[in-house]
Design a protein around this ligand. Structure first.
Ligand code: ADE
Length: 413
């Protein structure tokens, strides 16, 4: 066995110990085989946690094919272990170019498939562009992330979506935990591993105050940074202000920020007008799904040279003498410079995935092409089991309280 395969197996097993909900589902799947002969194509970050999801689906009887949802978030030891130890065909290597990335998506789509699991909707988009017949025969799909769900809702709105999709991202036990605590911790982890900077005392600018932004702001503050939030949504901006952060337009923050993190899901969020105002030595990172949030073409244009002083840091030496540092080529810093969200939080996201695949198969043909919520019974089941695995007990409503909550007659007494 090669050293790479050995390393992958050890890391996948290590992650599994923190994925107790998924392991329980795997045990049930092994007994019941609810996914017997179901063919599943997955396009996800190729991490130890994804490997554990793939193994759970396989334990349920599924045939699984895997490719990456980002060329820079591929863990080569995981790919090696899946291919050469666990018998799951997995395509891709860290740093593959865009052409190779799409070739590998096509390799998954060349198999007969019943269900696809996507992270960012690149595979689903490819199905709709070049594999229409295949798309029409699918039981459905699952989407892991906010950006993918936004793309799929746009497809559904245009009447283009060809099969039902379950928005796993929107489950409470996914976005409230994975997006907040997962992105919060792993983004800081990525920045620290890439730069080895002290955050205490820095001006740390979080651009976008959704669930991911809330997590990053909270953890940066915890490490002593002075957090500034930039938002376009008035309600979210108000929430950030009342949480005690400074809130201002990016044009103001650009002048004083030391570290900038984008988490908006939008394009050119850090643009020319902001880069022009930044201090020498500013650090730019992105934790949104695609590498479009920082205008890198502008940096390329105004730089007279660039260098890589450390792994995952590109320093742009500008003609005006300033140096601007970009982490992880503007791709997801938490997965490029660190290992993504910790296993314990991916446990809940991937438990939702596994149970939602079973739900899709059980409801094959009954759901029209549209974007659906994860059923509440799955969401609550995941929360309940997670609490149990953490050794936490909670109270239950009494019969009298249940009745009271279901009545309208009782008022002021
Ligand atoms: N997305 C964020 N973190 C992840 C991880 N550890 N594995 C798979 N997808 C992720």
């Amino acid at each position: 066995m090669s050293k790479l395969v050995e390393k992958g197996i050890k890391r996948i097993e290590w992650a599994s110990k923190d994925m107790k909900v998924l392991q329980l589902i795997k045990k049930h799947f092994e007994k019941r085989k609810p996914l017997k002969r179901v063919r599943i194509g997955m396009c996800m970050h190729l991490t130890t946690e994804t490997a554990n999801l793939a193994l759970t689906l396989k334990a349920g009887g599924a045939e699984v094919y895997l490719t990456a949802s980002n060329p820079l978030t591929i863990q080569d030891d995981v790919v090696a272990a899946l291919n050469h130890h666990y018998g799951i065909e997995t395509y891709g290597y860290r740093g593959e170019d865009t052409e190779e990335y799409y070739k590998n998506i096509k390799k998954v789509l060349d198999h007969k498939l019943d269900v696809v699991i996507d992270d960012g909707a690149d595979l689903i988009a490819e199905l709709h562009k070049n594999y229409i017949e295949k798309a029409k025969n699918l039981a459905g799909a699952l989407e892991e992330t906010t950006t993918g769900v936004i793309r799929l809702r746009a497809m559904a709105k245009e009447g283009k979506l060809l099969f039902p999709v379950i928005a796993v991202n929107d489950a409470y036990t996914k976005h409230m935990f994975d997006n907040r605590y997962g992105t919060g911790q792993s983004t800081i982890d990525g920045i620290l591993r890439a730069t080895n900077k002290l955050l205490a005392g820095t001006n740390f600018v979080v651009i976008g105050y959704g669930w991911c932004g809330k997590g990053i702001a909270m953890r940066a503050r915890g490490l002593g940074a002075k957090v500034i939030v930039c938002e376009v949504d008035a309600i979210k901006a108000l929430e950030a202000k009342m949480e005690g952060y400074d809130v201002m337009p990016l044009k103001e923050a650009a002048k004083i920020g030391d570290i900038f993190v984008t988490v908006t899901g939008n394009k050119n969020v850090i643009d020319e007008e902001h880069i022009d105002l930044m201090k020498d030595g500013a650090i730019l990172a992105n934790s949104g799904h695609f590498n479009v949030e920082i205008n890198l073409s502008y940096l390329e244009e105004i730089a007279e040279m660039k260098e890589t002083p450390r792994e995952n840091v590109t320093s742009y030496h500008l003609k005006d003498g300033r140096v601007i540092n970009v982490l992880g080529e503007g791709r997801l810093v938490n997965l490029v410079a660190a290992e993504g969200h910790p296993s314990s939080v991916m446990d809940m996201s991937f438990a939702n995935q596994a149970l939602s695949v079973e739900y899709l198969i059980n409801n094959k043909g009954a759901l029209k092409p549209d974007v659906y919520k994860v059923p509440d019974f799955i969401d609550y089941e995941v929360a309940k089991i997670k609490l149990e695995t953490m050794g936490v007990e909670i109270d239950e409503l009494t019969e009298e309280q249940r009745e009271y909550l279901n009545s309208w007659e009782f008022g002021t007494e």
